[in-house]
Write a protein that binds this ligand. Structure first.
Ligand code: NAD
Length: 889
């Protein structure tokens, strides 16, 4: 079969690559094409704006199928003209293409046919549009869209009235988008997960051709202009079989029906831009062609037995077989390599080397989007989006790292610095409002981050995801490795598990860091000066959640402290002190009581401290230590402690600085990091625009330091201090005499934005050395055995005790055993030998061996208890480590 493909981008290069595999293909033409496409097809020069030219070529060359890549020729009606001449064409008619050409048309169609989409209004008059924005009928952030196509420039997310008004002026008054912007749509900003969904339609029947997630924004803060697309991956896990059915039933079929009722039909690929909100898909927009760069990650996943050419022909002929599409189980990631400056002005003609090396890497594909050859046969850049590198793997992470390692081979004189991807979770309670405020400040400060929003908290628990986070949420965190998180609500004493604990454990976030500072005299507190950083171990202690109801009356929580975990957190604390020019690290434990667990932590601290002779090390018993921190915080610098003590201490210190709403915290692991405010979701003040966003803002400042954007961190922190100094305070800090203005969450953020670039006069600026110096290197788990011989010497066996039996019965039972019962304890108190009474419904019988024993000797104790109807609820073995007891006495 002879085929003509129209287009010249990465999308068409990927299509040619896939079509070339078809056994039925005899000749492939492409117009206008690019030199890199010559591997697959013959480049022909036809004027694609002129359908007569295209039709004549097809007739002359006996073309049996025309595939139109870009939208413009489709919207111009090329498919209609080819079909009128009896030529098979894979693309919809001009009438059906209104789905892409006019957003108003699609929105009205959705309204009429009950297709789920964002709430909206249409406007051609600037004053009416602004009045509507003012009316607050649609809350901020809201979205302003040009009705017509605008090459990725027609959608503006507006966070403030000013932003909305300038978008309206740009489109309706200044006519910057020409005809496309003569009508606009103002619609609700949907929160959820965005996916691109592709349906092949032969007029009637529908087959899914996969889905992908695409990433459109370039540059800073996920706010830089929309581009044609900077990357994609396939397939997002949120699109399950059930979700696919929902999309087809609720969105695709009603659309086909609507078109049929209008007297037209749809043939080709329908690309639905969807937002998956909780469990429901909502339509954002339609496109009438393949997505670029989505299709570059979808096509490599097609099963080798799936003949794309046959499939496309069957669409054109109205003979789609619904069983024709199969995918492999791999994940693919496509990264777009763009010219520096894109989507604004950029240089062309830069020499690109190393592509041959990349093409030879197994599981990596290169599609050209904007290249040509120079006179010396070098590839040179010839567009904004230049290359698409696609990697394959078992997970998104694997596929992505394949692409990035391939990119190391790319030699290009101008390499664009990419912004850091960050996962953002709005949480619940005051979470969404403080997150909005913080993101607006990050945006204005030009933080170079691109954000991926995920859902967490209450709305997610109500589904089957008991950790309070969806699989796609995990996927996002796995990809970005950085989470900026608003608080979530956790019920006390019952109900679902704590999301925070799940995150810390699953992501290996072993260190929690909370710096707390006195903002005296700006914010009143009892202390003039303190600057304390609490570093808390985050994975062990009683927070492992290992709890049991041992008997009717007793509950037990297991405290786990490891030597390696303790060394790791203590080393982190000293490294932190070193990087931040701190002079002292204080350790708090309760090793006078818990000699083994807390003793191990203290010993680890002492060992590590020796490696940092320039930093003072001291230790306090936790009770007096906390009392001192609470009364003389100025005498402390960095404090390192166990999980539970640290949890309590960090709130004490945070509160000491004036409000729990001020402090931020970092949770750091070797691979992942999470940043959040220290306070909770404050349901008592949620939704009232009165919460203080400072805690989360400080967390975001820590995040910027972590990712090496120290100057932006300083810029924001200084502006925030200046705002506090100006007396602009939220309700939690407001004092009639000291403060000047009581403001809400949004107004506080606005004041910080207005202060960007200004320095505080009284309070101290953020002092951090240089960008590269700020990050603490990986601190490894370093377990070194500290003994030579471990010897089993006995067992502690815990019995449920009904108090009716007397102890002699047990003593007699084991008289002839080689393990002698030497003591009985109740809640740690020795009650036998001697006359003390048991005060609980569980007792521990301690057995110690007279000679060498094995595990079966211990097991025989259990069997004997069992035979005599004692209720054993727990057993611990007793060992000597190089002769030293590994158990309490
Ligand atoms: P909280 O920190 O939410 O509130 C304590 C008090 O401080 C409240 O009076 C509140 O109004 C006030 N407050 C908190 N943050 C404030 C802010 N930014 N601005 C002004 N005032 C603020 O603690 P809580 O009431 O014990 O807990 C509420 C919920 O939050 C619970 O479900 C708890 O489990 C959860 N929680 C979540 C996190 C987290 O997600 N990181 C942390 C702690 C508590």
């Amino acid at each position: 079969m002879k085929v003509l493909v129209i287009g010249s981008g990465g999308r068409e290069h990927a299509l040619l690559w896939a079509l070339k595999k078809s056994p039925t293909l005899t000749k492939l033409y492409v117009t206008p094409g690019r030199p890199a496409m010559e591997n697959f097809g013959v480049l022909v020069n036809i004027n694609i704006q002129d359908s007569v030219d295209v039709t004549q070529f097809c007739k002359k060359e006996n073309i049996e199928l025309v595939i139109i890549g870009p939208e413009q020729p489709i919207i111009n009606g090329l498919a209609d003209d080819l079909a009128a001449e009896g030529i098979n064409v894979f693309a919809p008619s001009q009438a059906a293409a209104k789905l892409e050409a006019s957003k108003s048309f699609t929105k009205e169609l959705c309204k009429q046919y009950g297709i789920p989409t964002a709430k909206y209004e249409r406007f051609i008059d600037e004053r009416l549009a602004k009045n509507f924005v003012r009316s607050n009928k649609i809350k901020f952030p809201l979205v302003i869209k040009a009705n017509g196509i605008a090459a990725g420039k027609g959608v503006i997310i507006c966070h403030t009235e000013n932003e909305a008004f300038s978008a309206i002026d740009s489109m309706l008054v200044e006519k910057n988008l020409g005809e496309s912007g003569e009508e606009i749509i103002i619609e609700e900003f949907l929160i959820g997960e965005e996916v691109s969904f592709f349906a092949l339609i032969d007029g009637l029947k529908v087959v899914t051709l996969g889905c992908a997630k695409d990433y459109k924004r370039v540059g800073e803060n996920n706010e830089g202009q929309n581009t044609g697309g900077m990357g994609s991956y396939s397939s997002p896990s949120i699109i399950s079989k059930e979700m696919e059915q929902k999309i087809i039933q609720k969105i695709i079929y009603p659309t086909i029906q609507a078109l049929t009722n209008m007297g037209t039909s749809y043939k080709g690929v329908l690309f639905a831009g969807l937002m998956i909100c909780k469990d429901s898909p909502k339509l954002l927009e339609y496109n009438v062609r393949f997505g670029d760069p989505e299709i570059q990650s979808i096509l490599p996943r097609l099963d080798p037995n799936c003949d794309l050419l046959k499939l496309m022909l069957s669409v054109a002929e109205g003979k789609l077989n619904t069983k024709m599409v199969e995918f492999n189980h791999k994940t693919t990631v496509c990264v777009v390599v763009a010219s520096k400056g894109y989507p604004g002005d950029y240089q062309k003609g830069e020499v690109i080397k190393g592509l041959d090396k990349i093409e030879n890497i197994p599981g990596v594909l290169v599609f050209h989007a904007g290249t040509k050859l120079d006179e010396n046969g070098n590839w040179i850049s010839d567009g904004g989006r230049v290359l698409n590198i696609v990697g394959e793997g078992n997970t998104v992470e694997e596929a992505k790292s394949k692409v990035y390692s391939a990119l190391n081979f790319l030699e290009w004189s101008v390499k664009e610095v990419m912004s850091t991807s960050v996962t953002v979770a709005y949480g619940d309670g005051i979470g969404p409002e403080i997150m909005e405020a913080v993101l607006s400040i990050l945006r204005e400060a030009k933080a170079e981050i691109s954000i991926d929003i995920i859902e967490i908290g209450e709305c997610v628990y109500s589904k089957e995801w008991s950790h309070g986070i969806s699989p796609s949420g995990w996927e996002s965190i796995e990809r970005t490795k950085i989470l900026l998180k608003s608080p979530t609500t956790t019920p006390q004493g019952k109900g679902h598990k704590s999301l925070n604990v799940a995150l810390r454990k699953n992501l290996g976030l072993y260190a929690n860091i909370r710096p707390c500072i006195s903002y005296h005299p700006v914010i009143e507190n009892k202390f003039d000066k303190f600057d304390v950083v609490v570093i808390r171990e985050n994975e062990e202690d009683v927070y492992t959640g290992i709890e049991h109801r041992l008997t009717g009356d007793s509950y037990q929580c297991t405290k786990i402290i490891t030597r390696s975990g303790s060394e790791k957190i203590c080393r982190y604390a000293f490294e932190y002190a070193k990087k931040h020019n701190r002079k002292k690290v204080t350790c708090l434990t309760k090793d006078n009581i818990m000699k083994m667990t807390d003793g191990a932590f203290h010993a680890a601290f002492d060992r590590i401290a020796k490696e940092y002779p320039d930093i003072k090390a001291e230790h306090y018993i936790v009770d007096i230590g906390m009392a001192r921190v609470a009364t003389e915080p100025e005498n402390f610098d960095v404090i390192v402690t166990e999980n539970l003590y640290g949890d309590i201490l960090s709130d004490i210190v945070a509160q000491t600085s004036g409000s729990v709403g001020l402090a931020g915290s970092s949770n750091i692991g070797n691979e992942y990091a999470m940043f959040e405010a220290v306070h909770g979701s404050a349901p008592d003040i949620a939704g009232k625009n009165i919460a203080n966003p400072s805690g989360l803002l400080n967390a975001a400042v820590h995040m910027l330091v972590y990712i090496g954007q120290v100057s932006t961190a300083k810029l924001i922190y200084d502006a925030w201090l200046k705002t506090l100094e100006d007396g602009v305070h939220t309700a939690d800090l407001y004092k009639e005499k000291k403060s000047k203005q009581k403001v809400g969450t949004k107004e506080f953020a606005k004041a910080v934005i207005d202060n960007l670039g200004k320095k505080p006069t009284t309070l101290s600026e953020l002092i951090i050395s240089s960008d590269s110096d700020s990050k603490i290197n990986k601190v490894q788990d370093n377990y070194e055995q500290d003994y030579k011989v471990k010897k089993l010497v006995g067992s502690d066996i815990t019995l449920a005790w009904d108090k009716s039996n007397n102890f002699d019965q047990i003593v007699r039972l084991f008289e002839s055993s080689n393990l002698k019962m030497i003591a009985i304890y109740s809640k740690g108190l020795a009650i036998w030998p001697g006359g003390s009474k048991s005060s609980s419904d569980q007792i521990i019988c301690r057995f110690i061996a007279n000679n060498e024993i094995t595990n079966s000797d211990v097991n025989n104790l259990l069997i004997k208890f069992e035979e005599h109807n004692f209720d054993v609820v727990r057993m611990d073995k007793l060992y000597l480590y190089d002769g030293k007891e590994g158990f309490f006495s």
